[in-house]
Design a protein. Structure first.
Length: 327
């Protein structure tokens, strides 16, 4: 499983921002924001520069890692995709923009939208010394209103955004994002049953408008999972000493759970199956829950089939399995 730490340029910018910062005050603010996020609140209470910085320190590493993992899945499926422009909807401190810039060196136009003035100010500050990102355009205001007037883009991303909207506003934003993309839309949500439900609803809505799933699904059909099961993935990321202090954590790593969908105007040539949970490994067999074009299957690689067993031992939660690998 690849790891996705914050880019050194972004980390340096954050380090400059926290010089002289009261870590205890930032930790208190981060706890308030995290509690709102975990309780399903519509938005975190981010009103001041100090709030925005506490949010970035506490949540930016995890949201960056999850977004980077989704873009990595997109690259795996569409290695020839070279977007020139990005529209980052609900951009916050610019996390998805940084992830897209890392993933795609081809992007040279970055357009960000968000209603939060404190997060916008922080995002602009963080890119001030970046040779590549210091020319971003950042529109402040309601995303659905701003996106209507925004330029079209090859890649449109909404990372941890649609949970803040009601059903009607979510549908409107989904339609606008599809209208504005020339090629691909990526939507990421918390890896909870509610986050998954929002992804599935948006997925179905845009498929009805002609979209094709690139990842994680190996098909455009309805999701075969049934409640209480839900489709989500996990991305492990390292924690710095400051991050551990802000989170009140002891472990040197964090596991971010997320649900996502990548949708394209062009149907992929081939779509691999996807590992939906960490496989069970024993000396007798490897057993994995896999989403295939035919539905969810329990795939077993017995030790006696040494070649298959050896391949299956390397499977991880979220991995794509090429055709024939699950046979």
């Amino acid at each position: 499983m690849p790891t996705f730490a914050l880019p050194s340029e972004l980390k340096a910018a954050l380090d400059r921002k926290i010089e002289g910062l009261s870590r205890n005050d930032a930790a208190r603010r981060a706890v308030t924001i995290s509690n709102t996020y975990r309780s399903g609140g519509t938005s975190a209470p981010i009103r001041t520069e100090a709030d925005a910085l506490a949010y970035a320190l506490a949540r930016m590493p995890a949201t960056f890692a999850a977004t980077a993992a989704c873009l990595h899945a997109l690259q795996d499926q569409q290695p020839d995709f070279m977007p020139r422009s990005l529209l980052d909807v609900g951009a916050g401190p610019g996390t998805a923009t940084w992830a897209a810039a890392e993933a795609f060196s081809s992007i040279d136009a970055f357009n960000l939208l968000d209603a939060n003035a404190a997060l916008r100010a922080l995002a602009v500050d963080l890119v001030a010394e970046s040779h590549r990102l210091n020319s971003i355009r950042y529109g402040q205001g309601d995303a659905s209103q701003l996106i209507a007037g925004a330029d079209s883009a090859d890649l449109v991303i909404a990372s941890y955004v649609i949970n803040e909207l009601n059903d009607a506003a979510r549908d409107t934003l989904a339609d606008l994002m599809w209208t504005k993309t020339r090629d691909t839309v990526v939507v990421i949500e918390p890896g909870t049953p509610a986050g998954y439900a929002r992804i599935i609803a948006l997925r179905a809505r845009l498929i009805a408008q002609g979209a094709h799933v690139v990842a994680p699904c190996p098909h455009d059909n309805a999701c075969p999972l049934e409640a209480p099961d839900w489709c989500h993935f996990v991305q492990r990321l390292p924690r710095s000493r400051a991050h551990k202090h802000l989170k009140g954590a002891d472990l040197p790593f964090e596991d971010e759970k997320f649900s996502y969908v990548v949708l394209s105007r062009t149907a992929p040539d081939a779509r691999p199956s996807r590992v939906l949970a960490q496989p069970a490994l024993t000396k007798i067999a490897v057993t994995a829950k896999v989403c295939t074009p035919q539905g969810v299957e329990r795939v077993t690689a017995p030790h006696r089939d040494k070649a298959f067993y050896a391949r299956a031992r390397r499977w991880n939660w979220g991995d794509a399995i090429a055709e024939g690998s699950a046979e």
